[in-house]
Design a protein. Structure first.
Length: 349
């Protein structure tokens, strides 16, 4: 029982359940799910759909943070991916063709994968601090997206492309299956192979890992590439949802939400051990919290304050030092004293 209470994912799950309970009490329809034409609808289904882009970005961010890094360029890479994909579809004579859409998606994801490798090159080979290396693309990425779209918001009409975010598969949103597939693939790779252990060793002590024969440079390089690839897929989902390439607003501030999701899940920013399950829970916390804020009618100017308060409470609950302080405040029980009668041993004469 004590091990369960000390588990780092316990408090995030508790916070998520508390948010669900709050929504269920304030609006009973929150838990209701309806079926129309074989498709599921409801607040919980909306959370599954809307959390998909953040889920993809947060998974890549988890691996990057595990190596003592950070990736601030994921939002800009989302904008680039959507701009590339929609420009290809818009310029095509057959925008509704499945082949055109497939080429557009592959091109958008491929370009962000290359940009992710570029970030990894700056960090692992050149030796630039991760926050500086990714800040360069964060600032320049949206300019690149604007150059691709010619400075305009590109809109398209393509049923196969809309299926990515707006479509359904066996009753559930297709975007949910995209995020679920990413979770399963990354979990299998990092937990069923030695890559996860090697990633944690690089994050704990890069120099010791190098001396032990671990190719730390290659691991750091690859996790930034994976982060760029997942950000590209997230950009496809975002642009598919609005059917437009908006370079200024696509993925805006999503890097901050991704970092919050990783931290809420129990992964330390100092690198080393990480938890993908905690990241998944952290993403659902943020998405449920966003839905709660919208329902309560909190003004947009106050929304960051409301979100910050919840994040602070969860982080404090996870802190070992805070739990130690609370344990010291608890009143200690005074041991009860019992009087014993001395035993006199008689010695025979």
């Amino acid at each position: 029982m004590r091990k369960l209470l000390k588990h780092r994912i316990l408090w995030p799950i508790g916070a998520l359940l508390a948010l669900v309970l709050l929504n269920a009490v304030s609006r009973p329809s929150f838990l209701s799910i309806t079926v129309r034409d074989g498709e599921l609808y409801g607040s919980l289904i909306d959370i599954l759909r809307n959390s998909a882009p953040l889920m993809l970005v947060a998974l890549g961010m988890t691996l990057v943070i595990a190596t003592r890094g950070i990736d601030l360029s994921v939002g800009a890479q989302m904008a680039i991916s959507g701009a590339v994909a929609l420009t290809i579809i818009s310029d095509s004579k057959t925008p509704g063709s499945l082949g055109t859409v497939a080429v557009a998606i592959l091109a958008g994801v491929a370009i962000t994968f290359i940009f992710g490798l570029w970030n990894g090159f700056l960090v692992s080979v050149v030796g630039i601090q991760p926050i500086i290396a990714t800040l360069v693309l964060m600032l320049a990425g949206r300019g690149i997206a604007l150059l691709i779209t010619g400075g305009f918001i590109t809109t398209i009409t393509s049923a196969p492309y809309a299926q990515m975010s707006q479509g359904y598969l066996i009753g559930f949103p297709f975007a949910f299956f995209v995020s679920l597939g990413a979770i399963l693939v990354i979990s299998l790779v990092v937990r069923r192979t030695a890559l996860g252990v090697l990633t944690e060793s690089v994050g704990i002590n890069p120099e010791a890992s190098r001396l032990a024969g671990v190719r730390s440079r290659g691991i750091v390089w690859s996790v930034y590439g994976v982060s760029g690839l997942l950000a590209g897929v997230a950009g496809i989902l975002y642009s598919s949802n609005i059917m437009a390439a908006d370079a200024n607003n696509a993925g805006i501030n999503i890097e901050l939400d991704a970092i919050l999701a990783v931290v809420l899940g129990g992964t330390s920013l100092a690198g080393g051990k990480f938890t993908l399950a905690g990241t998944v829970v952290g993403v659902f916390i943020i998405q449920t919290l966003t839905s709660t804020i919208t329902f309560l009618g909190v003004p947009p100017a106050v929304t960051p304050v409301f979100k910050a308060l919840v994040v602070i409470v969860v982080c404090l609950a996870q802190s070992r030092r805070v739990r130690e302080w609370l344990s010291r405040i608890r009143p200690t029980r005074t041991p009860t004293t019992t009087t014993t009668t001395p035993v006199v041993e008689r010695i025979p004469a």
